[in-house]
Design a binder for this molecule. Structure first.
Ligand code: ADP
Length: 182
């Protein structure tokens, strides 16, 4: 599902990651940990084709992260470390937009929002950090992607909601989704 070989990213002289080789098989529930600055976000952003590696290679779904980034991102759900949304739109209207893009009904997204106790009538850019994170989780999971990638998804969530999130991820995983998170 995910494969990296000698994956290396330097930001000028600053090392993001160096020589990372890992394999994530289809159906795995894969977590990776490391201190701040270890390169977790760099790894994820490189996998998704949002950053170009300095050296080495990453494939997701067998697709190359550099040349097939769009195809990769189309097929997965992604919760970034720092989430941002279009100004002025409510969570509900962003959800409807996202579900139309994916060609699914917004029902599942509404269900997840309820489980996370997220008010979809509020404007997304006016939400607290934790609630913005919840909206990102709703958007990442609402279309039942075959791969879910989450960059420190529990940041800003209270312990109860963290439990709900892991329950949601376990459900997706049981239904066949691969879960990859930092
Ligand atoms: P983590 O997600 O594990 O906290 P990051 O991938 O964010 O780690 O960062 C890894 C290293 O790359 C850090 O030393 C960080 O300062 C550096 N880094 C990350 N993003 C940038 C950037 N846009 N420009 C320069 N250096 C960066």
């Amino acid at each position: 599902m995910i494969q990296t070989r000698d994956l290396t990213k330097f930001y000028g002289h600053t090392r993001g990651i160096e020589g990372l080789s890992l394999n994530v098989d289809s159906g795995e529930f894969f977590g990776f940990i490391g201190p701040n600055g270890a390169g977790k976000s760099t790894t994820i952003r490189t996998l998704l084709g949002l950053l170009r590696p300095t050296r080495g290679r990453a494939t997701v779904f067998g697709l190359d992260s550099v040349t097939d980034g769009i195809a990769i991102r189309r097929r997965l759900g992604y919760v970034p470390a720092e989430v941002g949304f279009y100004n002025g739109m409510t969570g509900g209207s962003i959800l409807r937009l996202a579900s139309r893009i994916h060609g699914v009904s917004a029902l599942r997204g509404n269900e997840i929002a309820n489980q996370l106790n997220l008010d979809l009538t509020r404007k997304a850019d006016e939400l607290s950090t934790g609630n913005r994170k919840k909206l990102a989780i709703v958007l990442a999971l609402q279309h039942h992607p075959e791969l879910v990638v989450l960059d420190e998804p529990t940041t800003g969530l209270d312990p109860l909601i963290q439990g709900v999130l892991f329950e949601l991820l376990r459900e997706e995983n049981e239904q066949g989704a691969t879960v990859f998170f930092s």
